[in-house]
Design a protein around this ligand. Structure first.
Ligand SMILES: [Zn+2]
Length: 451
């Protein structure tokens, strides 16, 4: 079963994130990580103009998503919701080749997941260091070399992941894949490795339960990779895929879940900043030279094949820059997705209206007649029931006497945050209605009909 994603139903509906949602999350990340001065993180520049570009080409890809040529891409698999899917797709293609090659030589594979005991007070940096160091130490020295020979080890892949839970804090773990020749026993090696890993952890002053470390033989490497692939469309499973325990899923937040909750929540913003300080630069699923040589595949390559799709038209760089600053690029790209290349005239004039230096409202009213611009597409008007439903859901994560009022406030903040990040104008529902539905446990009072 595909793991459930814990986004609130209202916008995510357990489907893969759309281009506009990814861009909205990217902009939220950039907003939170924007430094007061000096150079920011690469994600803060993602989607901005490349140096020296005079125009930006708007493209519509075959899959119906809109994009740009001539803008910067940060390429961060950890921080950027817009770049992560591309990175994950490239990685999975690499892994698919690896699995094919392993099957071709009759090799074997075991999956070993290691972690450490942690609590809400544990810092991500500490648990990550502890796990990485113990895992590395357990795969060094004479004992490991002897085991390697005994089990005819081809190589080890590592996929670090992190989730967060309200009760237990950061859950950092590494999914290792041990690859051996047919004569080896990767499962036995896995059990040996886990014992040694636990001893190193203990030496470093950490504890871990043997039962929290998983070792399993992968009977069919190709379908294991396909299983990982399933998560690709869904951004929360991308970088952190491989979670098999669906029942535990509900309590775990993936990094982009944290980001999504960061609108109107200081604790979530803090968690995102902590994550952003620790995880970038962590490499995942690196196919080493020795694995590549043994299996006769190409080692890690990050060459990006961009499908250009169809160019809808070009916008002047200055217009694009203003759209970026006003967080309106999403509006333009969404319009291209909704209306297609044929609507370029309309898209172009809206881009000029929204991207012009003068005040927005005046420009909109004066230059473009109402019927040309689908203004209501750029509004977000959640219903009272939507806000009440979200607040009831949030209530369980809050504590204290004030939690009812707090839940509604956070629900509104969050919806507003996402409207803003998506370039939409937010119109809150009538608060009296929200309170009434909320007080009635999410059900409309019997006097009013269901909306
Ligand atoms: Zn990016």
């Amino acid at each position: 079963m595909t793991p459930m994603v814990t986004f609130p139903e209202t916008y995510w509906k357990q489907r893969k994130l759309s281009r506009r949602e990814r861009t909205a999350l990217r902009d939220t990340a950039a907003y939170i990580l924007q430094p007061e001065h000096g150079r920011g993180r690469a994600v803060c520049a993602c989607g901005h103009l490349g140096k020296g570009s005079e125009t930006v080409a708007l493209i519509l890809r075959k899959d119906g998503t809109a994009g740009t040529l001539g803008t910067l891409r940060c390429g961060s698999p950890w921080l950027c919701a817009d770049c992560a899917p591309l990175k994950a797709q490239q990685r999975l293609e690499r892994l698919q080749k690896l699995a094919d090659a392993l099957v071709a030589v009759n090799g074997k594979m075991a999956s070993i997941t290691v972690t450490v005991s942690h609590g809400r007070e544990s810092s991500l940096m500490n648990v990550k260091n502890a796990i990485e160091t113990a895992s590395r130490s357990a795969r060094q020295g004479e004992p490991w070399n002897r085991q390697k020979k005994l089990h005819a080890v081809i190589g080890v892949l590592s996929a670090p992941e992190v989730t967060y839970s309200y009760t237990n804090g950061w859950h950092f773990h590494i999914h290792h894949s041990f690859l051996t020749e047919n004569s080896g026993n990767p499962e036995a090696l896995g059990h040996w490795f886990v014992q040694r890993y636990l001893r190193y952890l203990e030496k470093a002053g950490f504890i871990a339960d043997l039962r929290s470390q998983e070792v399993s033989l992968i009977r069919d490497p190709r379908s294991y990779i396909r299983y990982l692939r399933k998560g690709v469309g869904r951004i929360t499973n991308d970088v952190w895929s491989g979670q098999k325990n669906a029942t535990r899923q509900g309590k775990h937040l993936y990094p982009f879940d944290i980001l999504q909750r960061a609108s109107g929540s200081e604790p979530m913003k803090r968690l995102w900043r902590e994550y952003a300080a620790v995880m970038p630069g962590t490499r995942s699923c690196v196919i080493t030279r020795s694995i590549a040589i043994r299996l006769d595949i190409r080692p890690d390559d990050d060459c990006v094949k961009v499908e250009h799709g169809c160019i809808a038209g070009n916008l002047p760089a200055s217009i694009w820059a203003t759209l970026v600053n006003r967080k309106k690029t999403n509006v333009i790209l969404s319009l291209l997705e909704d209306r297609g290349v044929e609507a370029w005239q309309q898209i172009n004039s809206l881009a000029h209206a929204l991207g012009a230096k003068a005040a927005l409202n005046v420009e909109l009213k004066d230059e473009l007649p109402e019927e040309q611009i689908p203004i209501n597409q750029f509004e977000y008007r959640p219903s009272a029931a939507q806000i009440a439903g979200l607040a009831l859901h949030l209530k369980w994560h809050l504590s204290g006497k004030e939690r009812n009022g707090e839940a509604i406030k956070v629900a509104l903040d969050r919806e507003r945050g996402h409207a803003v990040a998506s370039g939409l104008t937010f119109f809150p529902p009538n608060i009296k209605d929200v309170l009434e539905i909320y007080g009635n446990d999410g059900v409309y009072p019997s006097t009013s009909p269901l909306a």
